[in-house]
Design a protein around this ligand. Sequence first.
Ligand code: HEC
Length: 388
Amino acid sequence: MSWSAPSLNDVLYRYSPEEVQYWIVYGRANTPMPANGLLGGGAMSVQEVDQTIAWLDSIQLSQADAFAQSVPTAEAALNRIAGGELTTQNLINRQEAEIADVNAAQSKVDVVGSYPEDIRDLFQAPGTCTDGSAAYVGATCSDPGVDSDRDGLSDETEKALTAMAASAMETITVTVVTKPVVEEGQPPLPDEYSTGPNALYDVRFDAFIAFTNTDAEGLPVQDFTAAEEFLGHLSNDVLLLNVTAERKQAFLDNLVPGLKFLEDALDTRPWDVDFEAVAGEMGVSVDDAKLAVGLFNGYCARCHTGGYSAGPSFEQGPGSGAWGPSLADGRSLVQFPDIKDQIAFIISGSENAVGYGVNGIGSGRMPGFGSVLSEEQITLIVSYERSL
Ligand code: HEC
C-alpha cells in the first residue's frame, strides 16, 4: 500500500509555521509522516526543525502560483477517478503474480535449495578446492584440484558453478512489468505482470579464463569475485525462498483475501462518482460538479475520505471521514446551518481549542485554504460538501 505524500511547496499557505513545526516535531497521527523532533521521539533538534521550516519557507510558491496549481490539482484528481479501474486492475495483476510466486516457492527450493551448500562444499572438498576457495569458507585444502587459469577456482568447481548459475537463472525468476503499447486515443491497458529470467545469475565460468564475466560497464570481473557474488545472491534468494515455502499458508492467508478485496473493488468501483447526480444535488452544471469533486479530492479527501491515500480501490466514499471528521449524511448542514460560516471556516481553517460551527471544537489540524483556492472554488467545494 502506498501513501501519496502531499506536496510541500505550498504547505505554508495551508498551515501556519507553528502548525508545520508541530507536525515536524510530533509527526502526523495516523499518517506515515514520522515524528522527527527530539520532543516527539525523533532525531531533529529544535534548531534543525526551525531550519527545516525556513527551508520549506524558501521553497514556497508565490500565492499566484499556489492558485495556479488548483485547476491542475483538480484535473489530476479527476484523472485518478478515470483511471480507478486501471489502477485496480494493475493491483490485481500484481497480487496474482505474488500469489503465483508464493505457490511456486517450494518447487524452486527443490531445485536450487542445496546450491549454496554445494558451492561451499566444492570450495573445500578434496579434488575441487584450491587454497583460495578453501580459505574463503574458513577451511584448508589438503588435496587441491586442477586450476588451469589459476584464478582460485578449480576447473571442476568452475564447471559446476556455471551449471548452477544457468539453473538458478531459469528457476529464480523475477517479476517483470510490461506496459502494453496502445494506439493513440485508445484507453491504456493494465500492466502485465509476468516472470522472467533473473539477470543476477547471468554468469559463467571458463576454466581457462580468469576473467570470464564483465560488469555493467563492460569491465572484466575476476572469476573468484564473480563466484563470491553469485554465492551471495544465491544465499539470499534461497533463504527467502525457504521462508516463503515454509510460511506459504500464512502468506496466502494474507494475499488471497487481498485479491478478493481488489476483485470486489473492481465490481463496486468505490472511486466512481456520478457527476450528473452530483450536479443535480448541487444544482450546478456537470462541469462545475466535476471541478467541485476534483477540488475536493485534490485538497480535502486525504483527510476527509476514508482510504483515499491508499488508492482508488480503497476509498470508502467521499467525505466518509478519516483523519478529519466525516462530512457525509448532511453533516455540514448540521454543523454550519448558514453556508457562509462554512465558507469562512474553510478559508481560515481551525484553531486549537477554538470552537467553530454549531458544536465543533478545533484542534488546529484543519488547514485554511484561503491562500490556495479562490473564494469561488471554495464555495463550489462547500456546496459539494453540503450535498454529501
Ligand atoms: C490535514 C487534514 C485536513 C485537510 C487537508 C482538510 N481538513 Fe477539514 N478538517 C480536518 C480536521 C482535523 C477537522 C476537525 C477540526 C479540527 O480538528 O480542528 C476538519 C473539519 C472540517 C469541517 C468541519 C466538520 C465538522 O462537522 O465539524 C469541514 C466542513 C471541513 N473540515 C472541510 C474541509 C474542506 C472543504 C477541505 C478541503 C478544502 C478540508 N476540510 C481539508 C482536517 C483536514
